[in-house]
Design a protein around this ligand. Sequence first.
Ligand SMILES: Nc1nc2c(c(=O)[nH]1)N[C@H]1C(S)=C(S)[C@@H](COP(=O)(O)OP(=O)(O)OC[C@H]3O[C@@H](n4cnc5c(N)ncnc54)[C@H](O)[C@@H]3O)O[C@H]1N2
Ligand code: MOO
Length: 391
Amino acid sequence: MISVERALESLLSLVGRLPSETVSLRAAAGRALAGPLKAVHDQPPFAASAMDGYAIARDVQPGDTDRVIGESAAGHPFDGTITADSGAVRIFTGAPVPAGATRVILQENISRVEDRITYTEASGTATHVRPAGGDFTAGEPHDPKRPLGSRDIALIAAMGHGAVPVVRKPLVAILMTGDELRAPGERLHPGQITASNGYGLAAMFDAAGAETRVLPIAQDTAESLGQAFRLAEGADLLITIGGASVGDHDLIAPTAGKAGLDLAFHKVAMRPGKPLLAGKINGLVLVGLPGNPVSAIACGTIFILPMLRKMLGLPIGTPTEQHRLAAAVSENGPRQHYMRAQLTASGMIVADRQDSSLLSVLAKATHLVIRPPHDPARNMGDVVTTIALPP
Ligand SMILES: Nc1nc2c(c(=O)[nH]1)N[C@H]1C(S)=C(S)[C@@H](COP(=O)(O)OP(=O)(O)OC[C@H]3O[C@@H](n4cnc5c(N)ncnc54)[C@H](O)[C@@H]3O)O[C@H]1N2
Ligand code: MOO
């Protein structure tokens, strides 16, 4: 059995960054930028008024007056320059501030009779002018190093990009295996269970920027698995679930072996996830996850997400967080344990039941508490290293 660190290293060495492509701005959400994107122009492109009011080129006191000599509205700039004694320009929020103007007086702070305004307040310190380039300047880069979210899309639009260079989505095929499995919604006959973890993993991978295909459930036969491997051709990653262990019906390793699997490793000193295996089969990267639902989803979090991030050119490492235990935990065994836990106001509560079949416990968990091999018993208040579970 190899360590989690060695397994991760080995898995990462099986994949590389994918090529780039250009997509429309509307299709860019969730995608990884191909590189830093530069602003085409300043934002705002001109000094703009932050308020509805009057643009002037001087400080004023209550009782001072001005004549209104023109108007600047959004999309319709005032064509001319103003000076301290030229008069005021009527202006609206977002409109270009006329050349020469030093400030905008709010319309609430004047009284107006025809084209003459009288100031009712001193001008004060606020200019109510947004300077050109005050948000960002032409050439300024944006490179969020995460799948693009709604705020990135708004910024990229404002930067002047209608099309966005992104990294091609990793194509992931998920293959759930087992004679006992039925699709969600199908009636269960004796001995059958509902397949679940593959759907959770597909949601996790898609949210991370992949395009995931869930293949038809395969039976525990060499023929069925062989057929499924062929269906996965063209994918960047084939993730099998189940049949990874040592039972008579655990056929992933032997079947993939016969189909030419170049095995990188089989079995990792971790809990859950021990039977994990990986390698390349005719150029296709295969990762065999254990069938237990929590094992599969924990391995997806710990191993597959970093692989996807490498393929997308994103920072690979999984961030860790330190938290205090809300209650004591007993000593750990020889495998690195990823314990399901919930972060609460009083600290991290490690779930009592850690069996790897318990999806209800996993769904309530917020974190995995990492217990190194042979970690001694820990007390309430001790600091432990955790990783936040993905949404
Ligand atoms: N003698 C040993 N037995 C087992 C060992 C071992 O080292 N020696 N390892 C155990 C560990 S740890 C795990 S984890 C499991 C995983 O084994 P497999 O990858 O072969 O998984 P299966 O046997 O196919 O399934 C295990 C369990 O999970 C259910 N399952 C499978 N697929 C799905 C799915 N897509 N959705 C929901 N549930 C699924 C399956 O019905 C089983 O109940 O092996 C231990 N045994
Ligand atoms: O270690 Mo197995 O991966 O669930 O219990």
